[in-house]
Ligand binder design. Structure first.
Ligand SMILES: [Zn+2]
Length: 243
């Protein structure tokens, strides 16, 4: 039986008491597993099937499917549910992890990023906007789709960036913006992005971004992320409501 540290990123109920959970694991990427009797409060596995629950999972395998056999809780992240914004941000993080993680493909960086971002949200050690802005910029970096911030995506000029083009994946200079448009950004936006580049997920509470730039970062980066995915993430509308 294999055991791994994992966090629940999606749950689907079926039958009366069973639940199918999607886990982001430390060692095996994304995994789906059934939890029998998940909804009975007396069940030993009651917490194992709750969204955002994190711990060591043990599995059995039957007919090519996995089921959860054992669970030792590490973090419940139960405090996430107490505020709309923190909960929405956590849901977005879980959705994005679900889209980017692959089965049987270890993704330790994505796992560390996800756990640290959820931890920061749960503890309120940074604002929800900072946690989410950092999460998305790091996700883009890990996935190799980090936008160009050094040179205009049209003319390669290195100065006076006034816009961001999601279609071309980066900043646009004042001259090219007149012709090609894009979303308005300023030098503080670029500085905030660069300030986060050297901060590891475990140091997420060192990220310092102003409220105005948090909102800009989130809206620009979500639009860019969804453009790259070619589909919206289902929780992004809750984030846009909260901005
Ligand atoms: Zn240009």
């Amino acid at each position: 039986m294999r055991k791994t540290l994992a966090v629940v990123i999606k749950t689907v109920d079926f039958k009366d008491n069973d639940r199918m959970i999607t886990l982001l694991t430390q060692d095996h990427g994304k995994m789906s597993a059934k939890v029998r009797g998940a909804k009975k409060q007396t069940s030993k596995l009651f917490f194992a099937s709750s969204l955002f629950c994190c711990g060591e999972y043990g599995f059995y395998e039957k007919n090519g499917f996995f089921g959860v056999r054992s669970f030792h809780i590490k973090y419940s992240f139960a405090n996430l549910q107490n505020d709309y914004e923190e909960y929405s941000a956590a849901c977005f993080i879980a959705d994005a992890a679900n889209v980017f993680a692959q089965e049987d493909y270890a993704a330790p960086k994505l796992f560390a990023l996800t756990i640290n971002a959820l931890y920061a949200l749960d503890n309120r050690s940074v604002s929800w906007g900072t946690a989410l802005g950092y999460y998305i910029q790091r996700l883009l970096y890990i996935d190799g789709i980090y936008p160009s911030l050094e040179a205009c995506v049209f003319c390669e000029s290195g100065k006076e960036f006034t816009s961001f083009s999601k279609n071309h994946g980066g900043v646009v200079c004042a001259v090219c913006a007149k012709e090609h448009g894009g979303v308005r950004i300023d030098s503080e936006f670029i500085s905030a992005m660069k300030s986060m580049e050297d901060i590891l997920p475990r140091d997420i509470n060192k990220v310092k971004i102003s409220k105005r730039i948090e909102k800009k970062l989130i809206s620009v980066l979500i639009d860019y992320l969804e453009h790259e995915l070619q589909k919206p993430l289902k929780s992004s509308r809750f984030i846009k409501d909260a901005l």
